[in-house]
Write a protein that binds this ligand. Structure first.
Ligand code: GDG
Length: 751
């Protein structure tokens, strides 16, 4: 503690001392020359005075031709401590009389040299002297020149003294100012800390009488938000003091939601059956949502309702449109909903992906809103609501609604199953109220979402944006502290639940990181020591793939020795390809990769390998394990699971993550190299830094991120949501029991 205070104090004292030393360094010589000039002027005046005093007697003695009296007068005059010597020269410049002390090197001194300049100070072996001369005139005729030499060593002595005093003064001033500064800083720091403490106490103890001081007001709301998050994320808070895995989640479901059925609704299905010439094949879609929710469904069974989009989907369901999944080891039911081409076009491609997706992602692509798309969106939401109602075996199931495709679904389900616990999770960002406000059906969307019991976002920032949006466009009561919205007769809890991945189990027979390193390079035809970067995304304009390639190009420009040594592999699963925006984007990505490759390729070397095709999860892992750097440069992203998958794959604790500041993941993975993807040079430098980062630094960063991703995994994400749901269900049960008791009491006849 004391060391910390000393360190803090040194932060003030050292700069102050430097400033004062610099000041002294320049000020002391200046003051010295100023004093010398001052004394020289003084001696000039003094010389004039002495020569005027000596002039008359000297002229008399010269007339009398009395050298003795002249010498006597001269010797008397130099009794004065400062007057060092006197001399007299005739008009021919011959030195006729002088005191013994007169320095012969001065000769017959003239006040002005040939250039008319006067420098009265002469440095002699015995020290500096001030020399001046005065022309003597008798009856208008010049008779000679009196030369006066003043000792200046006293000036040097005084100047030395002055220097000492000034230095001392500066040192004393430095000490005093430093002390005052440290004291003031300490006092303000203490005041500030006490203010913050008071404020925190005020926050923690609602009964506290502490009021937020006005100077703390700007901080108060930030602190409040921080505290709220901190309390939620702390061990001891609901669900935080336990390590989460599939078994914990299962036992939570058994304990807290015993017998309650779980229904999941999402647009994308977790398993797609595709007809191929070799027969029906099962595919896993490239989707963060599916990756996360699938892990939960495996743990808790239940029914997953999704759009059946595969060419062999209809052929693989039973008469209830059910298919048990996962195919290799079924643990839950997939219920498929069929959509016509028009419905899919309007609801999915149109309203959801041309409207809501760009609306919620600030990626500078304009949303398109068409009434016909909206109508399909309403219709399809109703179709899924009907499916939920049909699948529900009780009047109060737990319904987990996924994402922006189903903003209206919560209200529609609530209308038929008022006792259902509806958890809606919004997987993409929520924009600020102004941005959201351009949606022509903004009120309908907000109303639909507020049919939920719990509404989840990835980050507190998106949660806050949502609350602000509701506040702007609907008549509601918002409790910011409790994060609830009261609308109509219903309360919606709005929370942030950062999504994650299931921590991977060791895969038997999987090659270790070193072997993956060699295998991937061999497969790509690259030398064993070749540096590798990896990017894995859907081919979506929000993922910053163009900016990532530009950063690779800039890195090669700035560090030409990396040309031929580094290759970036981009795996880009095609997505929403029937939309113009996505086709244009794909063309742009391909064109850019081609241009960069043409620019830097030599022999067989290409800097960018673009694999614009779907890859299975098992194909992705070796790339994650082989790369020196994984680049996630989304322009805006709810969370981004690729970042977490890369970290989970690195059991060798090596590799560097370059991560966009605009992802939800950047709030958790602080040890990544955080970049602004729009800043190409910054991206390039981060890439270079990653490629040249020492192994121990990589290890330190990776270990810390691995701990976090392992602990804050997808089971925790689901567990916390379901625990909140269980808590609310419990409260609901208690309230309805109290309600029926009081009703009975009301009905009871008076005694
Ligand atoms: C949304 C939000 C949020 C990618 N290419 C392939 C492939 N993938 C897998 C990845 C990862 C998933 O897809 C992508 O997840 P992201 O989170 O990165 O992104 P979105 O799909 O946009 O997901 C996002 C997420 O929902 C969850 O809430 O994090 O912010 O936008 O798992 O590995 N998978 C396969 N082949 C590929 O080619 N099999």
């Amino acid at each position: 503690m004391r060391l910390r205070s000393v360190q803090l104090a040194m932060r003030f004292i050292v700069p102050l001392a430097v400033v004062l030393a610099l000041f002294g360094y320049f000020a002391i010589p200046w003051m010295e020359s100023f004093t010398v000039r001052w004394f020289v002027r003084d001696l000039d005046t003094r010389s004039q005075f002495v020569s005027s005093t000596l002039q008359q007697p000297l002229l008399t003695y010269l007339e009398e031709k009395s050298p003795r009296r002249i010498n006597e007068m001269f010797n008397r005059a130099i009794q004065d401590e400062r007057l060092y010597a006197l001399g007299f020269c005739d008009t021919d410049g011959k030195l006729l009389y002088k005191t013994n002390t007169y320095p012969l090197s001065l000769g017959c001194w003239q006040n002005q040299d040939s250039e008319g300049k006067t420098n009265p100070v002469v440095r002699l072996p015995q020290g500096p002297v001030h020399v001046s001369s005065k022309e003597l005139v008798q009856d208008g005729v010049g008779v000679g020149r009196l030369v006066l030499v003043h000792d200046m060593s006293f000036i040097e002595r005084r100047s030395e003294d002055t220097k000492k005093y000034i230095t001392g003064l500066f040192a004393a001033l430095a000490c005093i100012i430093s002390l005052i500064t440290v004291l003031v800083a300490q006092l303000s720091w203490r005041g500030w800390v006490n203010g913050v403490r008071d404020m925190l106490r005020g926050e923690l103890l609602p009964q506290s009488t502490h009021a937020t001081p006005p100077e703390m007001a700007p901080l108060a709301s930030d602190l409040r938000a921080l505290l709220y998050e901190y309390n939620r994320d702390q061990p001891g808070a609901a669900g935080n003091n336990q390590a989460w895995d599939a078994d914990t989640l299962k036992s939570l479901l058994r304990r807290e939601l015993a017998g309650d059925e779980i229904l999941v609704v999402s647009n994308r299905e977790p398993y797609i059956h595709v007809a191929t010439p070799e027969g029906v094949q099962v595919q896993r879609p490239a989707s963060g949502l599916v990756t996360a929710v699938e892990a939960v469904m495996r743990a808790c069974s239940g029914t997953w309702i999704a759009h059946g989009a595969g060419s062999a989907d209809r052929a693989t369901v039973d008469r209830n449109d059910h298919v048990p999944v996962p195919p290799e080891n079924p643990s839950y039911t997939l219920r498929r909903v069929w959509l016509s081409k028009e419905e899919e076009q309007g609801y999915y491609y149109g309203f959801a992906n041309e409207g809501l997706w760009p609306l919620c992602h600030i990626a500078h692509v304009r949303p398109v809103f068409r009434s016909s798309d909206w109508e399909e969106y309403v219709k399809v939401n109703q179709r899924f609501a009907d499916a939920v109602i049909r699948e529900a075996r009780s009047d109060n199931p737990v319904v987990l609604i996924q994402d922006y495709h189903f903003a209206l679904l919560p209200r529609m389900v609530r209308a038929v199953l008022p006792k259902a616990t509806i958890i809606t999770f919004w997987h993409i960002p929520w924009p600020n109220p102004e941005s959201f406000g351009i949606c022509p059906w903004r009120e309908e969307i907000l109303d639909g979402m507020l049919g939920s019991t719990i509404l989840g976002f990835h980050t507190p920032f998106h949660r806050k944006n949502f609350l602000d949006t509701v506040d702007r466009y609907l008549e509601t009561r918002i409790e910011t502290e409790a994060s609830t919205v009261s609308y109509g007769n219903q309360l919606t809890q709005v929370e942030h639940y950062p999504i994650s991945i299931a921590w991977p189990e060791p895969v038997p027979g999987e090659p270790d990181a070193a072997a993956s390193h060699a295998q991937v390079r061999h497969a790509l035809g690259l030398p064993a020591d070749h540096l590798l970067g990896i990017g894995v995304d859907r081919l979506d304009y929000t993922k910053g793939i163009v900016e990532r390639f530009q950063a690779v190009e800039r890195m090669l420009e700035l560090h030409p020795h990396m040309v031929g040594r580094f290759t970036f592999v981009q795996i880009a699963a095609p997505t929403r390809s029937s939309l113009d925006e996505y086709q244009n984007f794909e063309a742009r990505v391909r064109g850019l990769a081609q241009r960069i490759n043409q620019r830097f390729s030599r022999d067989s070397y290409v800097p960018i390998i673009l694999k614009a095709e779907h890859h299975g999860q098992d194909q992705l892992r070796p790339y994650f394990r082989a790369a020196q750097v994984c680049s996630v440069t989304s322009l805006h992203d709810g969370m981004n699971l690729v970042a977490k998958e890369f970290i989970a794959a690195r059991d060798d604790e090596q590799g560097v993550l370059v991560l966009s500041q605009f992802t939800g993941a950047a709030r958790e993975l602080h040890e990544a190299l955080i970049v602004n993807p729009y800043h190409i040079e910054q991206g390039a430098e981060a890439l270079y830094r990653a490629l040249t980062m020492p192994a121990d630094e990589q290890g330190e960063r990776m270990r810390s991120m691995r701990r976090r991703v392992r602990d804050f995994n997808v089971y925790r994400w689901a567990g916390r949501m379901l625990m909140d749901a269980a808590r609310l269900r419990q409260r609901e049960r208690v309230m309805s029991r109290i309600g029926s008791l009081s009703q009975e009491k009301f009905k009871r006849p008076a005694p």
